[in-house]
Design a protein around this ligand. Structure first.
Ligand code: GLN
Length: 188
């Protein structure tokens, strides 16, 4: 199982460290050939509008859509969640999202950068709370019937799974808690 980290923009290295700590090697993906070579893909935090543009200019957008439609396991954190969502609210008109998970997300839903916050989340399947870091985070406004909501805060879903696609509005790669990365590995 080769795990790719989409490395066009955003917080890539902390994901590599998290998977590395779990004994799983990762490789950076910037080109269609590199995407071809991986079995699963992680889309990091960053800025989803920029990532969308870079996906188009790098030629990755269409191959990525194909791989996701073909069932490639994927994990998206924050901006990555927006990129993997079915529908984006408060996005840019030309922003592309890939419908890998049947959720509608609202960008910057908790407010502006100054409103970034941390919270201890109860996560389905985890014995103790997960300390979650939210940075200009989106939240989920609507979920399709195939989607499992694994955690919410203030009544808004922030961790969801559908098949082998998992998305979080927060940044599990920015804490030492590896349980969400481990969960993704167990889905691949
Ligand atoms: N607000 C950013 C966006 O819309 C996401 C922020 C993040 O990834 N920390 O893409």
């Amino acid at each position: 199982m080769k795990i790719g980290l989409l490395a066009l923009q955003g917080a890539v290295a902390p994901h590599a460290d998290a998977f590395g700590a779990l004994g799983a090697a990762t490789t950076e993906v910037r080109t269609p050939d590199q995407l071809n070579d991986v079995d699963a893909l992680v889309i990091p935090g960053g800025e989803s509008t920029t990532m969308s543009k870079l996906l188009v200019t790098s030629g990755l957008a269409d191959p990525l859509a194909e791989r996701l439609a073909g069932g490639m396991p994927a994990m998206g954190t924050c901006a990555g969640m927006i990129v993997l969502a079915d529908e984006v609210l408060d996005g840019r008109a030309d922003q592309r999202s890939f419908g890998a998970i049947d959720v509608t997300v609202r960008r910057n839903a908790f407010g502006r950068q100054v409103d970034s916050f941390e919270a201890d989340l109860d996560v389905a399947g985890l014995a103790t709370p997960f300390h979650a870091v939210f940075i200009r985070a989106p939240f989920v406004e609507g979920v399709g019937s195939g989607v499992e909501v694994l955690a919410s805060t203030s009544g808004h879903p922030v961790l969801c799974r559908q098949g082998s696609v998992i998305v979080s509005a927060f940044h599990p790669e920015l804490t030492d808690d590896l349980r969400i990365h481990q969960l993704f590995l167990s889905l691949t």
